[in-house]
Design a protein around this ligand. Structure first.
Ligand code: CTP
Length: 219
């Protein structure tokens, strides 16, 4: 009966009507999380960028394209959410101008000017209710634990699921992942496992942390 808001997949930042900037994300991790949360009886809203996997049963899907669309959808759905899991690969930058017409090539090189998108996870951390659990993801190629711990603090997040893109079997597109669950109190390194199994472990850890928070408040 808890409300879960889960984001998945990449965002697309348009350059012109035929081109965009995006990420190599397929949405598998986020969709596995949405499926498992629904199977456990949560009310799940899955906010998804463009992916080619079928949505899980008993999940409300909100399809979005850009980081700005995702920001608006997440903020709207998060107000009454108990748990928010941000597994989407949100573009950090978008083109400053979007051409209405296809940009034609010329003989010279081309420079695209980019501006920052709003950091959704940071916004959610700043507006987090005391009883809300916020879980972010962190994809790194070096200094994974240190960088992820910094994100945990800077964005006021309860847990970061970190993975190192350079490890075989982790990251985008694969059916497996190698994740490390990072909270203020601990760093839990898990073995290589399927994304379905990883989703189960992430949900178990979130529930465990919530129980722990509750206990501490009652003491
Ligand atoms: N994220 C977000 N909004 C953005 C960018 C990222 O909500 N505009 C979220 C992602 O969904 C993810 C987390 O932030 O849960 C971490 O994303 P990541 O790209 O690893 O980290 P950044 O904070 O963007 O920092 P950097 O790219 O420098 O590693």
């Amino acid at each position: 009966g808890k409300k879960f808001v889960i984001t998945a997949g990449p965002t697309r930042e348009a350059i012109d009507p035929v081109r965009f900037i995006s990420y190599r994300s397929t949405g598998k991790m986020g969709y596995a999380l949405a499926k498992r949360a629904a199977l456990r009886g949560a009310d799940v809203v899955l906010i998804s960028g463009p992916v080619s996997i079928a949505p899980p049963d008993n999940v409300k899907v909100v399809n979005i394209e850009s980081a700005e669309d995702m920001f608006n959808a997440v903020v709207k759905e998060s107000e009454d959410a108990d748990v928010i899991i941000k597994s989407a690969a949100v573009a950090d930058y978008r083109p400053v101008t979007v051409s209405d017409e296809k940009i034609k090539k010329s003989d010279s090189s081309m420079t695209l000017e980019l501006e920052k998108t709003d950091d959704i996870l940071k916004y959610l951390g700043e507006h987090k209710r005391k009883d809300q659990f916020l879980c972010g993801f962190s994809m790194e190629t070096e200094n994974m634990i240190q960088n992820s711990r910094e994100k945990l603090k800077k964005k006021n997040v309860d847990m970061i699921v970190a993975n190192n893109l350079k490890q075989a079997g982790a990251g985008f597109g694969t059916d497996t992942n190698i994740i490390t669950l990072i909270t203020e109190k601990q760093t839990k390194q898990l073995e290589l496992m399927t994304k379905e199994e990883a989703a189960k472990q992430i949900l178990d850890e979130i529930l465990r942390c919530q129980e722990e928070h509750k206990k501490e408040e009652n003491e």
